[in-house]
Design a protein around this ligand. Sequence first.
Ligand code: ATP
Ligand code: MG
Length: 305
Amino acid sequence: MNSLIVETKNLGFSYGKSGKDIQGMDLRVPQGSIYGFLGPNGSGKSTTIRLILGLLKKHEGEVAMFGAPMESRTRLTNLSKVGTLIENPSLYGHLSALENLRIAAKYRGKITEERIFEVLEIVKLAHVGSKKVKAFSLGMKQRLGLAIALLSNPELLILDEPTNGLDPKGIIEMRTLIKELNTKYGTTVFVSSHLLSEIEKTCSHVGIIRDGKMLYQDTVTALKNAKGDQLQVALEVDKFIDALAVLETQGVKLVENEDGMLLVEIGCKSDIATLIDGLRTKDVAVYQVVIKNSLEDLFLTLTEN
Ligand SMILES: Nc1ncnc2c1ncn2[C@@H]1O[C@H](COP(=O)(O)OP(=O)(O)OP(=O)(O)O)[C@@H](O)[C@H]1O
Ligand SMILES: [Mg+2]
């Protein structure tokens, strides 16, 4: 699992002159992995995907796919090995699933009728192949979009928030499919999401971004361990000296005090409650509690919903 299917180095891009929307992005997607590309809304997931695919022109850095740099000479060869689902799939509602697949197959060329039935089977829509797509649920449409992406038997699948808008059943079906494609056919999957829980359930690897920058990239197992690390919390209190005494009796480590805030180190989130209880019993008012650890702080935004 050492070779990288996608690798970017110092990737940079900006929509306008004002700021950098993607900065110094080093992505490493190992062959055979399910790579979760995680970040809150507006963090740059879709933009990065467009840059990787060459749909947007990068301003800085390098992109390589299947070990070859993405340049005009190699772009089409590289892309022929990639299946994408990057927006809601454009489907013809008045046509059946099979007819939609046949049209998509025509654009791609060299797709057999047998393969069309095969992909329909893979996404578990074989029983509704002749049904008009306008009668499909969002989850079914999304799976048909995936079937289209699978037509040319890609080595790499790039999915931009494939579970967006789906109900819990639809989410589970999509998650199961992604895993199945990976284990059964060895497809490398690059999937974006703004939900940490989703990535933890599906992926082997994770890259966490915010404001166009990579904050963390490793295996999901390593991420789970890292989450247990020490937390830094800033507290705003009214009685500084009394607060320090409470910290001492509770054995909480003071990192520094800045602008009327106490920066302390604790073991886990439940220690925050204990600390506040301790401060309250000594009549210290707590005005503000801020988790400073950027990864932990990020996890909070990524776990909402
Ligand atoms: N076409 C565009 N023109 C100008 N700015 C854009 C454009 N598309 C995105 N942006 C800006 O670039 C940044 C990254 O957006 P992007 O869509 O890549 O984020 P995202 O992580 O995919 O978000 P979401 O979870 O909402 O899909 C945001 O600040 C966004 O406002
Ligand atoms: Mg997006």
